[in-house]
Design a protein around this ligand. Structure first.
Ligand code: COI
Length: 353
């Protein structure tokens, strides 16, 4: 399939790298492709970024049949552009699509399309330390129909956004509120899919956490409200004694690409990494005995986000001395060094553009 290109009449001004936050600035072009049962995925095109005309009855607007991904392109010191583990994101996009009854994508075709888009938009990749070009592929259900079933037609789009830090705190430790009234996902639900509804479901508890002065919510399992699942929109890690522990993938936790990278990096340093169920009570006990050394989240947007305090059942504890722990700091640095091409990529995670 050939990808068509429509040139923009005017190009936007680029913001200063130093002003970049997260997710508010979008580049000049986007990639679009449509699906219907007769033609399959068709009409791949790179065209100016802009509003999409949609029927108000489009199924995505009513029943949330929508999935997405988040990955980043980085500029190296020599000015080259590179992607971090894009194949894994596209594979997960297809996995989410399967759970949401969407048609499969040809992952290598979409990766080629993304590379073409990035070649056109390469000047939008910022170069200041800690900045990158966030890539948001998404698939939405487009049938104009308000009965409940899965859609027959879909739109895939990829938009690009130059970004700085995800949290206003940057790499400073965040305060986390453990909710016992709300859950993110339940057993047998769609927690492992990167689907819009999971994020919508997280908003109310996050609002309550914010009102209490906490940045993010720690989610417990949806069955017993006992075992830790995720934090905010990130996977979560605990350093207890000399082990790095993260909740095992149980189909309600998102299988994070950064989570997997943390596990592989830490193992390569001979850190003992354990994927298992971990209860909130165990975390408080480990804190009481002085064994809880660090907590941090991992995700594409935030990379590594250290946790300074958590509050559960009215009791707040401070992790370490509330400062960034040594393992979180090392992971953050080494991950960024690979992403920005400052060190050899011995894991084969980098795709050059
Ligand atoms: C990411 O980390 O890339 C995500 O998709 C989370 C989103 C809430 C920004």
């Amino acid at each position: 399939m050939d990808i068509t290109f429509k040139k923009a009449e005017t190009l936007k001004e680029h913001p200063e790298d130093s002003t970049l936050g997260f997710g508010t600035v979008f580049t000049d072009y986007m990639f679009n492709m449509d699906y219907n049962p007769e033609e399959g995925w068709h009409n791949p095109r790179i065209e100016p970024y802009g509003p999409m005309a949609m029927d108000p009855s489009s199924m995505v607007l009513h029943y949330g049949q929508a999935i997405f991904e988040g990955l980043k392109a980085y500029k190296t010191d020599s000015g080259d552009i590179q992607l971090f583990r894009p194949e894994d994101n596209l594979k997960r996009l297809n996995g989410s699509g399967q759970m949401l009854c969407m048609p499969e994508l040809d992952e290598s075709f979409v990766l080629d399309a993304l590379k073409q888009l990035l070649k056109i938009e390469k000047d939008w990749v910022p170069s200041a330390a800690g900045t990158s070009l966030y890539i948001r592929p998404a698939i939405i259900a487009t049938d104009p129909y308000i009965g409940l079933r899965s859609s027959n037609t879909y739109r895939l789009f990829i938009i690009l956004s130059p970004v700085g830090a995800y949290y206003p705190e940057g790499f400073d430790p965040v305060k986390i509120w453990v909710t016992t009234d709300h859950v993110r996902a339940v057993r047998g639900g769609v927690g492992q899919a990167k689907t819009a509804g999971n994020y919508a479901a997280s908003l109310y508890a996050t609002k309550l956490a914010n009102e209490e002065g906490y940045t993010q919510v720690m989610w417990l399992d949806g069955v017993e409200l006992k075992y830790v699942e995720e934090v905010g929109s990130m996977n979560i890690f605990f350093v207890i004694g000399d082990e790095l522990i993260t909740p095992e993938l149980n189909r309600s936790i998102l299988s994070g690409v950064t989570r997997d990278s943390v596990i592989k990096l830490a193992k390569s340093w001979n850190v003992k990494v354990v994927e298992r169920k971990i209860s909130i009570d165990e975390i408080y006990e480990a804190h009481a005995t002085g064994q809880l050394k660090e907590i941090f989240g991992s995700g594409t947007a935030a990379i590594i986000s250290p946790v300074g305090q958590i509050k559960y059942n009215g009791k707040e504890i401070t992790i370490g001395n509330g400062a960034v722990g040594p393992l979180a700091a090392r992971l953050f640095k080494d991950m960024m060094d690979i992403q920005y091409g400052k060190v050899k990529d011995s894991f084969n995670w980098i795709t050059a553009i």
